[in-house]
Design a protein around this ligand. Structure first.
Ligand code: AMP
Length: 426
Protein backbone atom coordinates (compact mmCIF):
# COMPACT_ATOMS: atom_id res chain seq x y z
CA UNK A 1 0.00 0.00 0.00
CA UNK A 2 1.24 3.44 -0.85
CA UNK A 3 1.94 5.70 2.10
CA UNK A 4 -0.77 8.23 2.85
CA UNK A 5 0.19 9.59 6.26
CA UNK A 6 1.93 12.68 4.92
CA UNK A 7 2.99 15.52 7.19
CA UNK A 8 4.71 18.78 6.32
CA UNK A 9 8.48 18.06 6.26
CA UNK A 10 10.43 18.63 9.50
CA UNK A 11 11.15 22.31 10.07
CA UNK A 12 8.29 23.49 7.86
CA UNK A 13 4.82 24.62 8.86
CA UNK A 14 1.42 25.20 7.33
CA UNK A 15 0.51 28.73 8.33
CA UNK A 16 -3.25 29.21 8.58
CA UNK A 17 -5.41 32.11 9.74
CA UNK A 18 -5.16 34.27 11.67
CA UNK A 19 -1.37 33.87 11.50
CA UNK A 20 -1.28 33.94 7.71
CA UNK A 21 -2.98 37.35 7.51
CA UNK A 22 -0.86 38.59 10.33
CA UNK A 23 2.34 37.68 8.46
CA UNK A 24 1.03 39.41 5.36
CA UNK A 25 0.17 42.48 7.41
CA UNK A 26 3.70 42.53 8.83
CA UNK A 27 5.17 42.46 5.33
CA UNK A 28 2.79 45.25 4.23
CA UNK A 29 3.98 47.45 7.11
CA UNK A 30 7.55 46.79 6.07
CA UNK A 31 6.85 47.47 2.40
CA UNK A 32 5.41 50.84 3.33
CA UNK A 33 8.37 51.80 5.52
CA UNK A 34 10.81 50.72 2.81
CA UNK A 35 8.99 52.69 0.11
CA UNK A 36 8.92 55.78 2.31
CA UNK A 37 12.69 55.51 2.59
CA UNK A 38 13.14 55.31 -1.18
CA UNK A 39 13.65 51.56 -1.62
CA UNK A 40 12.39 49.66 -4.68
CA UNK A 41 11.28 46.08 -4.45
CA UNK A 42 13.39 43.31 -5.98
CA UNK A 43 12.19 39.75 -6.50
CA UNK A 44 14.99 37.26 -7.10
CA UNK A 45 14.71 33.51 -7.69
CA UNK A 46 14.37 31.20 -4.74
CA UNK A 47 17.30 29.17 -6.06
CA UNK A 48 20.66 30.10 -7.54
CA UNK A 49 23.82 28.47 -8.77
CA UNK A 50 25.41 27.12 -5.59
CA UNK A 51 28.48 29.29 -6.26
CA UNK A 52 26.49 32.42 -5.45
CA UNK A 53 26.10 31.24 -1.86
CA UNK A 54 29.50 29.65 -1.42
CA UNK A 55 30.86 33.25 -1.49
CA UNK A 56 29.04 33.81 1.80
CA UNK A 57 31.92 32.15 3.55
CA UNK A 58 33.65 28.85 3.97
CA UNK A 59 33.33 29.05 7.75
CA UNK A 60 29.61 29.80 7.82
CA UNK A 61 27.32 27.03 9.02
CA UNK A 62 24.83 28.38 6.54
CA UNK A 63 27.15 27.28 3.72
CA UNK A 64 28.94 24.25 5.14
CA UNK A 65 26.04 22.45 6.81
CA UNK A 66 22.72 24.07 6.13
CA UNK A 67 22.59 24.59 2.39
CA UNK A 68 19.84 22.82 0.44
CA UNK A 69 21.91 22.03 -2.65
CA UNK A 70 21.10 19.54 -5.38
CA UNK A 71 21.79 18.76 -8.98
CA UNK A 72 18.96 19.71 -11.35
CA UNK A 73 18.00 17.76 -14.45
CA UNK A 74 20.37 19.91 -16.50
CA UNK A 75 23.34 18.91 -14.36
CA UNK A 76 23.64 22.34 -12.68
CA UNK A 77 24.34 22.47 -8.98
CA UNK A 78 21.56 24.55 -7.56
CA UNK A 79 20.93 25.73 -4.02
CA UNK A 80 17.79 27.09 -2.39
CA UNK A 81 18.63 30.55 -1.04
CA UNK A 82 19.62 30.50 2.63
CA UNK A 83 19.39 34.33 2.67
CA UNK A 84 18.90 37.18 0.22
CA UNK A 85 22.03 39.33 0.22
CA UNK A 86 24.05 37.15 -2.12
CA UNK A 87 21.13 36.88 -4.58
CA UNK A 88 20.66 40.66 -4.58
CA UNK A 89 24.39 41.17 -5.22
CA UNK A 90 24.26 38.61 -8.03
CA UNK A 91 21.31 40.52 -9.53
CA UNK A 92 23.25 43.79 -9.22
CA UNK A 93 26.24 42.33 -11.05
CA UNK A 94 23.97 40.93 -13.75
CA UNK A 95 21.93 44.12 -14.39
CA UNK A 96 24.24 46.93 -13.25
CA UNK A 97 21.48 49.32 -12.16
CA UNK A 98 22.32 52.94 -11.25
CA UNK A 99 23.92 53.32 -7.84
CA UNK A 100 23.13 53.59 -5.07
CA UNK A 101 20.75 50.70 -5.75
CA UNK A 102 18.29 50.65 -2.86
CA UNK A 103 16.13 47.54 -2.82
CA UNK A 104 13.86 45.73 -0.40
CA UNK A 105 12.69 42.13 -0.51
CA UNK A 106 10.68 39.51 1.30
CA UNK A 107 10.12 35.82 0.88
CA UNK A 108 11.12 32.37 2.05
CA UNK A 109 14.68 31.30 2.79
CA UNK A 110 15.85 27.72 3.41
CA UNK A 111 18.37 26.30 5.84
CA UNK A 112 18.86 22.69 6.89
CA UNK A 113 18.87 23.76 10.53
CA UNK A 114 17.84 21.77 13.62
CA UNK A 115 14.14 22.63 13.91
CA UNK A 116 12.95 24.21 17.15
CA UNK A 117 10.77 27.13 18.19
CA UNK A 118 11.86 30.15 16.15
CA UNK A 119 14.19 28.05 13.99
CA UNK A 120 12.79 26.41 10.89
CA UNK A 121 14.03 24.93 7.62
CA UNK A 122 11.80 27.23 5.62
CA UNK A 123 11.33 30.67 7.10
CA UNK A 124 10.44 34.11 5.81
CA UNK A 125 12.82 37.01 5.75
CA UNK A 126 12.35 40.62 4.81
CA UNK A 127 15.07 43.21 4.41
CA UNK A 128 16.89 45.82 2.39
CA UNK A 129 20.21 46.19 0.58
CA UNK A 130 21.94 49.36 -0.62
CA UNK A 131 24.68 48.75 -3.17
CA UNK A 132 27.12 51.37 -4.39
CA UNK A 133 27.85 53.83 -1.60
CA UNK A 134 30.40 54.06 1.18
CA UNK A 135 28.58 56.81 3.03
CA UNK A 136 28.22 55.74 6.68
CA UNK A 137 24.99 57.76 6.81
CA UNK A 138 23.48 54.95 4.74
CA UNK A 139 24.43 52.48 7.48
CA UNK A 140 22.63 54.75 9.94
CA UNK A 141 19.58 55.06 7.69
CA UNK A 142 19.39 51.31 7.15
CA UNK A 143 19.55 50.69 10.91
CA UNK A 144 16.98 53.44 11.52
CA UNK A 145 14.64 51.85 8.96
CA UNK A 146 14.83 48.50 10.76
CA UNK A 147 14.20 50.21 14.07
CA UNK A 148 11.26 52.21 12.68
CA UNK A 149 9.74 49.00 11.33
CA UNK A 150 10.04 47.18 14.67
CA UNK A 151 8.48 50.17 16.47
CA UNK A 152 5.69 50.25 13.89
CA UNK A 153 4.97 46.60 14.64
CA UNK A 154 4.61 47.75 18.23
CA UNK A 155 7.75 46.13 19.65
CA UNK A 156 9.71 47.88 22.38
CA UNK A 157 11.47 45.02 24.18
CA UNK A 158 14.58 44.69 22.05
CA UNK A 159 18.15 45.91 22.00
CA UNK A 160 20.14 47.15 19.02
CA UNK A 161 23.72 45.92 19.23
CA UNK A 162 26.33 47.40 16.91
CA UNK A 163 29.99 46.80 16.13
CA UNK A 164 32.53 47.55 13.44
CA UNK A 165 34.51 44.72 11.88
CA UNK A 166 36.82 47.15 10.05
CA UNK A 167 38.03 46.70 6.51
CA UNK A 168 39.58 43.55 5.10
CA UNK A 169 42.92 45.44 5.31
CA UNK A 170 42.46 45.78 9.08
CA UNK A 171 41.88 42.08 9.48
CA UNK A 172 45.31 40.41 9.20
CA UNK A 173 46.83 42.10 12.26
CA UNK A 174 43.67 41.57 14.28
CA UNK A 175 43.26 37.98 13.11
CA UNK A 176 46.80 37.11 14.07
CA UNK A 177 46.32 38.68 17.52
CA UNK A 178 43.03 36.79 17.86
CA UNK A 179 44.47 33.50 16.63
CA UNK A 180 47.41 33.89 19.00
CA UNK A 181 45.03 34.49 21.88
CA UNK A 182 42.76 31.54 21.08
CA UNK A 183 45.72 29.22 20.56
CA UNK A 184 47.02 30.18 23.99
CA UNK A 185 43.60 29.22 25.37
CA UNK A 186 43.01 26.14 23.20
CA UNK A 187 42.66 23.90 26.26
CA UNK A 188 39.47 25.77 27.20
CA UNK A 189 37.88 25.71 23.74
CA UNK A 190 35.44 23.14 22.36
CA UNK A 191 36.57 20.83 19.53
CA UNK A 192 34.17 22.69 17.26
CA UNK A 193 35.71 26.06 18.14
CA UNK A 194 39.19 24.70 17.48
CA UNK A 195 38.11 23.52 14.03
CA UNK A 196 36.52 26.92 13.33
CA UNK A 197 39.70 28.65 14.52
CA UNK A 198 41.65 27.08 11.66
CA UNK A 199 39.18 28.46 9.09
CA UNK A 200 38.03 31.78 10.54
CA UNK A 201 38.96 32.82 14.08
CA UNK A 202 36.34 35.61 13.98
CA UNK A 203 33.61 33.01 14.07
CA UNK A 204 34.94 31.62 17.36
CA UNK A 205 33.83 34.94 18.92
CA UNK A 206 30.34 34.01 17.80
CA UNK A 207 30.28 30.57 19.46
CA UNK A 208 27.24 30.14 21.70
CA UNK A 209 28.83 27.32 23.76
CA UNK A 210 29.30 28.60 27.32
CA UNK A 211 32.97 27.47 27.58
CA UNK A 212 33.87 29.15 24.27
CA UNK A 213 31.92 32.28 25.14
CA UNK A 214 33.86 32.68 28.40
CA UNK A 215 37.16 32.55 26.48
CA UNK A 216 35.83 34.88 23.78
CA UNK A 217 34.88 37.43 26.44
CA UNK A 218 38.58 37.91 27.17
CA UNK A 219 39.75 38.02 23.55
CA UNK A 220 41.24 41.16 22.01
CA UNK A 221 38.59 43.24 20.22
CA UNK A 222 38.60 44.43 16.62
CA UNK A 223 37.83 47.98 17.76
CA UNK A 224 41.47 48.32 18.87
CA UNK A 225 42.64 47.39 15.36
CA UNK A 226 40.43 49.61 13.18
CA UNK A 227 42.10 51.82 10.56
CA UNK A 228 41.55 55.56 11.02
CA UNK A 229 39.09 55.46 8.14
CA UNK A 230 37.03 52.60 9.55
CA UNK A 231 37.13 54.11 13.04
CA UNK A 232 35.90 57.48 11.70
CA UNK A 233 33.08 55.76 9.79
CA UNK A 234 32.03 53.91 12.96
CA UNK A 235 32.01 57.20 14.89
CA UNK A 236 29.85 58.74 12.18
CA UNK A 237 27.33 55.86 12.44
CA UNK A 238 27.16 56.16 16.24
CA UNK A 239 26.76 59.95 16.04
CA UNK A 240 24.04 59.47 13.45
CA UNK A 241 22.11 57.04 15.65
CA UNK A 242 22.49 59.44 18.59
CA UNK A 243 21.18 62.30 16.45
CA UNK A 244 18.14 60.22 15.43
CA UNK A 245 17.49 59.06 18.97
CA UNK A 246 17.92 55.37 18.10
CA UNK A 247 19.28 53.65 21.21
CA UNK A 248 22.08 51.08 20.80
CA UNK A 249 24.80 49.21 22.63
CA UNK A 250 28.28 48.62 21.25
CA UNK A 251 29.42 44.99 21.51
CA UNK A 252 32.92 44.47 20.13
CA UNK A 253 32.26 40.71 19.97
CA UNK A 254 29.35 40.91 17.58
CA UNK A 255 30.58 39.22 14.39
CA UNK A 256 27.41 37.69 12.95
CA UNK A 257 27.08 34.45 11.08
CA UNK A 258 28.43 35.20 7.61
CA UNK A 259 32.00 35.90 6.56
CA UNK A 260 31.37 38.79 4.21
CA UNK A 261 30.77 41.55 6.72
CA UNK A 262 33.04 44.62 6.92
CA UNK A 263 32.77 47.79 8.99
CA UNK A 264 29.31 48.29 10.51
CA UNK A 265 27.54 45.16 11.79
CA UNK A 266 24.40 45.14 13.90
CA UNK A 267 21.77 42.90 15.38
CA UNK A 268 18.36 43.45 16.95
CA UNK A 269 18.04 41.13 19.96
CA UNK A 270 14.60 40.58 21.46
CA UNK A 271 14.36 40.54 25.25
CA UNK A 272 11.34 38.25 25.07
CA UNK A 273 12.75 35.32 23.03
CA UNK A 274 15.05 32.48 24.17
CA UNK A 275 18.70 33.48 24.02
CA UNK A 276 19.55 30.96 21.28
CA UNK A 277 16.91 32.43 18.93
CA UNK A 278 16.68 35.99 20.16
CA UNK A 279 17.98 37.69 16.99
CA UNK A 280 15.04 39.36 15.27
CA UNK A 281 17.40 40.32 12.50
CA UNK A 282 20.60 42.04 11.70
CA UNK A 283 22.97 43.06 9.01
CA UNK A 284 25.87 45.28 8.14
CA UNK A 285 28.32 46.27 5.43
CA UNK A 286 29.68 43.80 2.94
CA UNK A 287 32.17 45.82 1.00
CA UNK A 288 33.77 42.87 -0.81
CA UNK A 289 30.79 40.71 -1.74
CA UNK A 290 29.81 42.30 -5.07
CA UNK A 291 33.39 41.99 -6.27
CA UNK A 292 33.60 38.39 -5.05
CA UNK A 293 30.59 37.68 -7.28
CA UNK A 294 32.44 38.99 -10.33
CA UNK A 295 31.15 42.57 -10.18
CA UNK A 296 32.79 45.96 -9.76
CA UNK A 297 34.25 46.92 -6.38
CA UNK A 298 30.95 48.37 -5.15
CA UNK A 299 30.28 48.39 -1.42
CA UNK A 300 26.99 47.33 0.09
CA UNK A 301 25.02 47.48 3.31
CA UNK A 302 21.74 45.92 4.39
CA UNK A 303 19.81 43.90 6.93
CA UNK A 304 17.35 41.07 7.08
CA UNK A 305 14.72 40.30 9.67
CA UNK A 306 13.05 37.02 10.38
CA UNK A 307 9.30 37.32 9.87
CA UNK A 308 8.58 34.31 12.12
CA UNK A 309 10.79 35.59 14.93
CA UNK A 310 9.33 39.08 14.70
CA UNK A 311 5.84 37.57 15.02
CA UNK A 312 6.95 35.45 18.01
CA UNK A 313 8.28 38.61 19.67
CA UNK A 314 5.01 40.39 18.84
CA UNK A 315 3.13 37.53 20.57
CA UNK A 316 5.36 37.78 23.60
CA UNK A 317 4.82 41.53 23.82
CA UNK A 318 1.09 41.24 23.06
CA UNK A 319 1.23 43.54 20.02
CA UNK A 320 0.17 43.32 16.36
CA UNK A 321 -3.30 41.76 16.63
CA UNK A 322 -4.29 39.83 13.51
CA UNK A 323 -6.17 41.96 10.99
CA UNK A 324 -9.88 41.14 10.57
CA UNK A 325 -10.47 38.47 7.94
CA UNK A 326 -14.29 38.25 8.16
CA UNK A 327 -16.29 39.26 5.08
CA UNK A 328 -18.67 42.21 5.43
CA UNK A 329 -21.80 40.55 4.12
CA UNK A 330 -23.15 37.02 4.50
CA UNK A 331 -25.74 36.05 1.92
CA UNK A 332 -28.51 33.79 3.22
CA UNK A 333 -30.55 32.53 0.27
CA UNK A 334 -33.15 29.76 0.43
CA UNK A 335 -34.63 30.06 -3.07
CA UNK A 336 -33.87 27.09 -5.31
CA UNK A 337 -32.70 29.11 -8.35
CA UNK A 338 -29.43 30.92 -9.00
CA UNK A 339 -30.54 34.04 -7.08
CA UNK A 340 -28.18 33.44 -4.13
CA UNK A 341 -25.25 32.80 -6.43
CA UNK A 342 -26.01 36.00 -8.36
CA UNK A 343 -26.43 38.05 -5.19
CA UNK A 344 -22.98 37.11 -3.85
CA UNK A 345 -21.40 37.83 -7.21
CA UNK A 346 -23.10 41.22 -7.47
CA UNK A 347 -21.78 42.22 -4.06
CA UNK A 348 -18.26 41.06 -4.91
CA UNK A 349 -18.30 42.88 -8.26
CA UNK A 350 -19.29 46.02 -6.36
CA UNK A 351 -16.16 45.58 -4.22
CA UNK A 352 -17.99 44.34 -1.12
CA UNK A 353 -16.53 41.31 0.67
CA UNK A 354 -19.27 38.69 0.66
CA UNK A 355 -19.68 34.98 1.24
CA UNK A 356 -22.45 32.43 1.68
CA UNK A 357 -23.21 28.88 2.77
CA UNK A 358 -23.55 26.00 0.30
CA UNK A 359 -25.36 22.71 -0.09
CA UNK A 360 -28.92 24.09 0.12
CA UNK A 361 -28.96 24.49 3.89
CA UNK A 362 -32.09 25.55 5.79
CA UNK A 363 -32.67 29.20 6.74
CA UNK A 364 -31.80 28.35 10.34
CA UNK A 365 -28.52 26.66 9.42
CA UNK A 366 -27.56 29.52 7.11
CA UNK A 367 -28.29 32.13 9.79
CA UNK A 368 -26.05 30.13 12.11
CA UNK A 369 -23.30 30.24 9.51
CA UNK A 370 -23.84 33.99 9.11
CA UNK A 371 -23.39 34.38 12.86
CA UNK A 372 -20.27 32.29 12.93
CA UNK A 373 -18.78 34.25 10.06
CA UNK A 374 -18.57 37.44 12.13
CA UNK A 375 -19.92 39.36 9.12
CA UNK A 376 -21.35 42.78 9.85
CA UNK A 377 -24.46 42.19 7.73
CA UNK A 378 -26.62 39.35 6.49
CA UNK A 379 -28.55 39.77 3.25
CA UNK A 380 -31.52 37.42 3.27
CA UNK A 381 -33.39 36.22 0.23
CA UNK A 382 -36.34 33.84 0.76
CA UNK A 383 -39.41 33.11 -1.33
CA UNK A 384 -41.28 36.14 0.13
CA UNK A 385 -38.52 38.56 -0.76
CA UNK A 386 -38.12 36.99 -4.18
CA UNK A 387 -41.77 37.51 -5.10
CA UNK A 388 -41.78 41.04 -3.62
CA UNK A 389 -38.61 41.99 -5.52
CA UNK A 390 -36.80 42.82 -2.28
CA UNK A 391 -34.10 41.47 0.04
CA UNK A 392 -33.89 41.69 3.82
CA UNK A 393 -30.83 43.28 5.38
CA UNK A 394 -29.96 42.30 8.92
CA UNK A 395 -27.31 43.84 11.15
CA UNK A 396 -25.38 40.89 12.62
CA UNK A 397 -22.98 43.14 14.50
CA UNK A 398 -24.98 46.33 15.11
CA UNK A 399 -21.80 48.00 16.48
CA UNK A 400 -20.11 47.59 13.09
CA UNK A 401 -22.80 49.21 10.91
CA UNK A 402 -24.43 52.61 10.64
CA UNK A 403 -28.10 51.64 11.08
CA UNK A 404 -30.62 54.29 9.92
CA UNK A 405 -32.99 53.57 12.85
CA UNK A 406 -32.95 51.06 15.70
CA UNK A 407 -34.49 48.31 13.60
CA UNK A 408 -31.99 45.51 13.27
CA UNK A 409 -33.59 44.11 10.14
CA UNK A 410 -35.40 45.77 7.25
CA UNK A 411 -36.39 45.13 3.65
CA UNK A 412 -34.99 47.05 0.68
CA UNK A 413 -35.91 46.92 -2.99
CA UNK A 414 -33.53 44.63 -4.77
CA UNK A 415 -32.02 47.39 -7.00
CA UNK A 416 -31.24 49.45 -3.86
CA UNK A 417 -29.20 46.70 -2.23
CA UNK A 418 -25.65 47.72 -3.16
CA UNK A 419 -26.22 51.36 -2.26
CA UNK A 420 -27.81 50.38 1.06
CA UNK A 421 -25.02 47.98 1.99
CA UNK A 422 -22.40 50.61 1.11
CA UNK A 423 -23.98 53.24 3.30
CA UNK A 424 -24.46 50.81 6.20
CA UNK A 425 -20.80 49.78 6.04
CA UNK A 426 -19.40 53.29 5.59
P1 AMP B 1 20.93 35.68 9.52
O1 AMP B 1 21.09 35.85 8.05
O2 AMP B 1 21.36 34.34 10.02
O3 AMP B 1 21.46 36.82 10.31
O4 AMP B 1 19.35 35.69 9.75
C1 AMP B 1 18.61 36.87 9.77
C2 AMP B 1 17.35 36.61 10.54
O5 AMP B 1 16.58 35.59 9.90
C3 AMP B 1 17.58 36.08 11.93
O6 AMP B 1 17.79 37.12 12.84
C4 AMP B 1 16.28 35.36 12.21
O7 AMP B 1 15.27 36.29 12.60
C5 AMP B 1 15.92 34.80 10.86
N1 AMP B 1 16.35 33.40 10.76
C6 AMP B 1 17.57 32.92 10.43
N2 AMP B 1 17.56 31.57 10.41
C7 AMP B 1 16.31 31.19 10.75
C8 AMP B 1 15.64 29.93 10.90
N3 AMP B 1 16.27 28.77 10.69
N4 AMP B 1 14.33 29.94 11.25
C9 AMP B 1 13.66 31.11 11.46
N5 AMP B 1 14.23 32.31 11.32
C10 AMP B 1 15.53 32.36 10.97
Amino acid sequence: MARTDFQSPPGTRDITEPEASRARHLVALFAEEARRAGFERVITPMFEDVGVFVRLGEASDVVTKELYAFEDKGGRTIALRPEFTASVCRAFVQHRPLTPWKTWYEGPAFRYDKPQKGRYRQFDQLGVEVIGSNDPDIDTEVIALADRFLRRVGLTGYTLIINSLGDFADRPSYLSALTGFFESRAADLSEQAKATLAINPLRVLDSKRPGDAAVAAEAPTIIEYLSDDAAAAFERVKNGLDALGVPYEVDPRLVRGLDYYTRTTFEFASDSLDAAQNALGGGGRYDGLVEALGGPAEPGVGFSMGVDRTLLAADAEGVLPPPATAVDVWVVATTPGTEGLALVEELRRAGIAADRAYDGRSMKAQMKAANRSQSALAVILGEDELSAGTVSVRAMRPDAVALPSDTQQFEVDRPQLIETVRSLLS
